[in-house]
Design a protein around this ligand. Structure first.
Ligand code: ADP
Ligand code: MN
Ligand code: MN
Ligand code: MN
Length: 337
């Protein structure tokens, strides 16, 4: 009996980490993550070590069915460790694990909206080789019809792959720019939403190979009057979800307003190109929260305001955000005294 286990990890490239993976043949079918062997890789090729001392360790942390290879094959998300077993400096998962254990009693939940632009070489999918689409922004958001939609087959394939793998994808939609799409993962606890988002990103890259398209996670891939890409994070704790939780939500917004620079520093690279105050964003230099306000930093959804309980939406994280870091920051700022 042989199966293929695709070991996936996050590299150390600055300012935006990418995904790496390689295949390990196993002669058994693991039933839980702890049965999977650790592995190693050449950290000098991933900006995670110097050439003279290049070994880094892969420690399996989350696994699912491999929906591309099928059968008993699996995907194995790993955290990166130093040879002595301590977390590597690029391991942003471990701090989230620690803080989540500390605030377990508040059961934080996250739903992340991953926006991205599918690129056909150097142009967004569906764009002409030169210049711009026939229409400016307007008709593309949640559109149907080949005039206003591109690359839907790949997007549908990605959604099916996520469902098949057991990833908690909760929806997809075409976005405001032609070639721009979104999928949502969650609501789930922080470690789970972040692990699953990284694997969903890997699946999108991988299925893109079959279509000759690549997902661009730059928060402002096309300059000018075209929407950038974000990764809105919807966040709640148990007290926010309970009766009159709105007061806890408002308190959390106030605390977020006192820690703006800290959050922005963890919300992704090149985000200043996106958070301009235009295109459904709040300027990076301001902080505002409000009900139903898509021009605010934090939006309190209309339903939440009516029900007086629920969650908040932090609209600032960029499409290239590391979800481990962002979830960590949201718990740290809103849950610590
Ligand atoms: P938008 O209107 O901003 O486009 P979406 O429907 O794309 O909203 O995303 C909303 C997200 O909020 C989903 O990912 C969903 O899982 C998440 N969500 C819903 N309820 C909660 C909650 N109580 N806590 C955290 N996230 C939640
Ligand atoms: Mn959305
Ligand atoms: Mn969106
Ligand atoms: Mn949103």
């Amino acid at each position: 009996m042989k199966i293929k286990a695709e070991y996936i990890w996050i590299d150390g490239v600055k300012p935006t980490s990418g995904l790496r993976s390689k295949t390990k043949i196993l002669n058994f079918i693991p039933s839980k993550i702890s049965e999977l062997p650790t592995w190693g890789f050449d950290g000098s090729s991933t900006s995670q070590a110097e050439g003279g001392d290049s070994d880094c360790k892969l420690n399996p942390v989350w696994m699912c069915k491999d929906p591309i290879r099928g059968e008993d094959n699996i995907l194995v998300l790993c955290e990166v460790l130093n040879p002595n077993g301590t977390p590597h400096s690029t391991n942003t998962r471990r701090p989230l694990e620690n803080i989540e254990n500390q605030f377990n009693h508040l059961s934080p939940l996250f739903g992340i909206e991953q926006e991205y632009v599918l690129m056909d070489q150097h142009r967004p999918a569906g764009w002409p080789n030169e210049g711009y689409p026939a229409r400016p922004q307007g008709p593309y958001y949640c559109a149907v019809g080949s005039e206003n939609v591109s690359a839907r087959n790949m997007v549908e394939d990605h959604m099916d792959l996520c469902l098949d793998a057991g990833i908690e994808i909760s929806g997809i939609n075409a976005e405001v720019m032609l070639g721009q799409w979104e999928y949502q993962v969650g609501p789930l606890p922080g470690l789970e939403v972040a692990d699953q988002l990284w694997v969903a990103r890997w699946l999108l890259e991988r299925v893109g190979e079959d279509y000759g398209l690549w997902p661009n996670l730059h928060p402002k891939p096309i300059k000018g009057d075209w929407n950038g890409s974000g990764a809105h994070i919807n966040f709640s704790t148990k007290p926010m979800r309970e009766k009159n939780g709105i007061s806890v939500i408002e308190k959390a917004c106030e605390k977020l307003g006192e820690n703006v620079d800290y959050h922005i520093s963890l919300y992704g690279a090149f985000n200043e190109e996106r958070l301009t105050g235009k295109h459904e964003t709040c300027s990076i230099k301001e902080f505002r929260y409000g009900v139903s306000d898509r021009g605010a930093s934090i939006r309190i959804p209309m339903d939440v305001s009516i029900e007086k309980r629920g969650y908040l939406e932090d609209r600032r994280p960029a499409s290239n955000v590391d979800p481990y870091l962002a979830c960590y920051a949201l718990i740290k700022t809103t849950c610590e005294k």
